[in-house]
Write a protein that binds this ligand. Structure first.
Ligand SMILES: [Zn+2]
Length: 158
């Protein structure tokens, strides 16, 4: 029986005769052949290189997916949205007008906005009491909560 093992040091797959207890990896590490860690098996030696390739591809794929997930998420669109809303709301006048303009701007840009969106915009306006401000708007019926955790400015009556 033949199998594919993965070197714990260099993370490369290697074909091995499973009757062996250990095999030397090209990186110099001695891989112990542990049955539970054999990734693929075959009784046909010529199938082994294909299986090694598959396991290497799996490792590379898993690694790519992992790197993708570990990369800090880029939110360019979202960031632009917040910057635009901040830029327009900052000119709206006093605190209450700015808060109102922020809610209206977010609604215009995003349709509904989350507390995170709200905090980011209010932070951009230099206002730290984001949650209190949102509560004020909710109480004043300037903003409502169409879905739990999502907010929208009440359309202004022309
Ligand atoms: Zn190795």
């Amino acid at each position: 029986m033949y199998g594919v093992v993965v070197c714990p040091r260099c993370r490369k797959a290697k074909g091995v005769d499973l009757s062996q207890k250990a095999t030397a990896c090209p990186c110099g590490f001695e891989i112990h052949v542990v049955p539970a860690r054999v990734r693929a098996r075959t009784s046909i030696p010529r199938e082994l290189p294909g299986l090694v390739g598959e396991v290497n591809a799996e490792i590379a794929g898993g690694l790519a997916a992992y790197r993708d997930a570990a990369r800090p998420r880029k939110r360019p669109r979202s960031r632009n949205v917040h910057a635009r809303v901040v830029a327009s709301a900052v000119r709206a006048g006093d605190r209450m007008h700015r808060i109102r303009a922020a809610a209206e701007g977010l609604t215009r840009e995003l349709d509904v906005f989350s507390l995170d969106d709200w905090r980011e915009v209010l932070g951009g306006l230099g206002l730290v009491e984001a949650e209190e401000a949102l509560q004020e708007l909710l109480k004043g019926n300037v903003v409502y909560e169409p879905r739990p955790g999502f907010f929208r400015a009440v359309p202004a009556i022309p």
